[in-house]
Design a protein around this ligand. Structure first.
Ligand SMILES: NC(=O)c1ccc[n+]([C@@H]2O[C@H](COP(=O)([O-])OP(=O)(O)OC[C@H]3O[C@@H](n4cnc5c(N)ncnc54)[C@H](OP(=O)(O)O)[C@@H]3O)[C@@H](O)[C@H]2O)c1
Length: 287
């Protein structure tokens, strides 16, 4: 996805994957900085750790407490920090790492574009309170959803997220447990569905899919989880997590380049990579 976007923009850059143990994350970020990399993406478990390892944090990283994108920057002739691309090969020696979070906004965009949701008026049942669940809850709260129901296998974690939301977004009505009435969205942020034998991520005695208008599953492989299949049968609008993955990557590329990401090209490359160009893409981006 990123290399397709980079090629489309005519840049002589390469996006590469590195396997870094969490114990070496600080050195890895520092190494990339002194080698004047353009930027980095970080994935689990590095996103939380990196908050304390970068030189500056963008508002997005502060709000969601996680860094998934680093941009390396140096000072221009006016003393302003600029992305390294600005310097065209003549990069000053003093470089800083600047941490951003593009995941949360990507989820918002995927929900708006994939499911046509008007978040501030929505009632949402969020399943899961791990790293992605917590970030999704904070994003939904920051969008001032009308009501947010939180369910997680380990109740304590959902309680922790509810407490955080009540402190930081007191206007949002956050409830622990299943809704009694209908909701606009069920959002799966658990890892249930990754394996074909996985159960549905909610308790069917306490909730039924005919009580929601739409379902978003953060899982994108398989393209259609049991949850999405059941939701389609129940007549819900559905979308899987590929949109979120695409939009967080596109936002990162925009931070590094200062240019609009070539979304169609990136989407095609991502679908090719994840689904091998098969016919499994239909459910991907929602209706
Ligand atoms: N589309 C995207 O771009 C994107 C981005 C990030 C994550 N994701 C997906 O989101 C999912 C969660 O990721 P994460 O980073 O939040 O992982 P995580 O921190 O490990 O959290 C896992 C979540 O799943 C729950 N869970 C796991 N096994 C379960 C089971 N057997 N029964 C009930 N609940 C179970 C956990 O509940 P407990 O708290 O009780 O353990 C927790 O809420 C993954 O499927 C991941 O692939 C997608």
């Amino acid at each position: 996805m990123q290399n397709a976007g980079i090629n489309e923009l005519g840049l002589e850059w390469r996006y590469l994957a590195f396997d870094v143990h969490p114990l070496h994350l600080r050195e890895a970020i520092l190494g990339a900085k002194v080698m004047k990399f353009i930027g980095l993406n970080l994935t689990v478990p590095h996103k939380l750790l990196a908050v304390d390892m970068v030189d500056a944090l963008d508002e997005s990283a502060l709000t969601f407490g996680a860094v998934n994108t680093v941009r390396f920057e140096a000072k221009d002739e006016n003393g302003e920090w600029q992305p390294l691309r600005h310097f065209e090969g003549d990069v000053p020696e003093v470089v800083r790492s600047h941490g951003f979070n593009t995941d949360a906004d990507a989820l918002g965009r995927a929900l708006r574009e994939g499911l046509k949701l008007d978040l501030p008026r929505s009632r949402v049942l969020l399943l899961g309170a791990g790293g992605a669940g917590r970030a999704a809850a904070l994003k939904l709260a920051s969008e001032r959803v009308h009501e947010l129901y939180l369910v997680n296998r380990t109740a304590q974690k959902a309680e922790g997220v509810a407490k955080e939301i009540r402190e930081r977004f007191p206007q949002v009505n956050v409830v622990l447990g299943y809704p009694k009435e209908t909701v606009d969205l069920v959002l799966n942020a658990t890892s249930l569905g990754l394996k074909p034998e996985d159960e549905l991520p909610f308790d069917a005695k306490q909730f039924a899919l005919d009580r929601t208008k739409s379902v978003y599953d953060m899982i994108y492989r398989p393209a259609e989880t049991r949850l999405l299949m059941a939701a389609k049968e129940a007549g819900c609008a559905v979308a899987n997590g590929l949109g979120m993955l695409l939009y967080q990557g596109a936002a990162a590329l925009e931070l590094w380049t200062g240019q609009q990401a070539p979304l169609a090209v990136m989407k095609q490359a991502l679908e090719q990579e994840v689904y091998g160009g098969g016919s499994k893409v239909a459910a991907t981006f929602g209706r």
